[in-house]
Design a protein around this ligand. Structure first.
Ligand SMILES: CC(C)(COP(=O)(O)OP(=O)(O)OC[C@H]1O[C@@H](n2cnc3c(N)ncnc32)[C@H](O)[C@@H]1OP(=O)(O)O)[C@@H](O)C(=O)NCCC(=O)NCCS
Length: 184
């Protein structure tokens, strides 16, 4: 699969940019918070080694073209406060999954709405995607609202799809077609 060249996307308040090795601390701050990880598919990180490993996976995935993870940076301060990811990119089907996380201190200000809309514009535009999918815990109402605002449609319900640290969780499965994005 083709490699991803470095990407920088700009919104009113944010820069979305490719991850660098020096972003491990920012990753750890986000993914070590149990509140951020409450409905994630794994438990909160406890070791900086997990952040270094994640950054390395991200760099490897740029090289093999399988996943595009961008850091969400506040333009006002230069602080990286989140990530938005197009993952499991299936090039022939022009399809991928969407993931995102934002540091708790910045929730409720519309930042991730701004970031996800920009990433989707890049995905359906530059990357010529036809379909984007999202897997959400039904208790994660902020995430469902965000997807619905982007035009995602509820496509299915999968009971007991996840078991994280012994806790069983369901999935609401969402999809957004290119036509849905263009007509939202
Ligand atoms: C989900 C998440 C990315 C939302 O980011 P955000 O920047 O706070 O999102 P927004 O400010 O654009 O808000 C999105 C919607 O959720 C609502 N919302 C925000 N916080 C909420 C909360 N705690 N409970 C319920 N709704 C909430 C907002 O009012 C908004 O609704 P609207 O579209 O009707 O206006 C953020 O809460 C997060 O990182 N959560 C932890 C990681 C996570 O769950 N990722 C998604 C996994 S599928």
């Amino acid at each position: 699969m083709p490699a991803f060249s470095p990407v920088t996307l700009t919104t009113e308040r944010l820069t979305l940019r490719s991850i660098e090795k020096s972003d491990a601390d920012a990753h750890f701050a986000i993914f070590s918070d149990p509140a951020v990880m409450r409905y994630w598919s794994s438990v909160a990180w406890t070791d900086m080694a997990q952040a270094h490993a994640e950054v390395q996976r991200t760099l490897d995935a740029y090289a093999d073209g399988s996943t595009l993870c961008l850091g969400v940076v506040l333009r006002a301060t230069g602080e990286m406060v989140g990530v938005v990811t197009l993952y499991s990119i299936h090039h022939e089907s022009r399809r991928c999954g969407l993931g995102y996380a934002l540091a708790q201190a910045h929730w409720g200000k519309g930042y991730l709405g701004e970031a996800v809309a920009t990433m989707l514009a890049h995905g359906f535009g530059e990357l010529n995607l036809n379909r984007v999918e999202a897997d959400v815990d039904p208790r994660n109402s902020a995430s469902e609202k965000l997807l619905q605002r982007m035009g995602f449609q509820k496509e299915g319900y999968m009971p007991q799809r996840w078991i994280v640290n012994g806790e069983v969780g369901d999935t609401v499965f969402y999809g957004l077609l290119r036509s849905g994005w263009e007509n939202r």
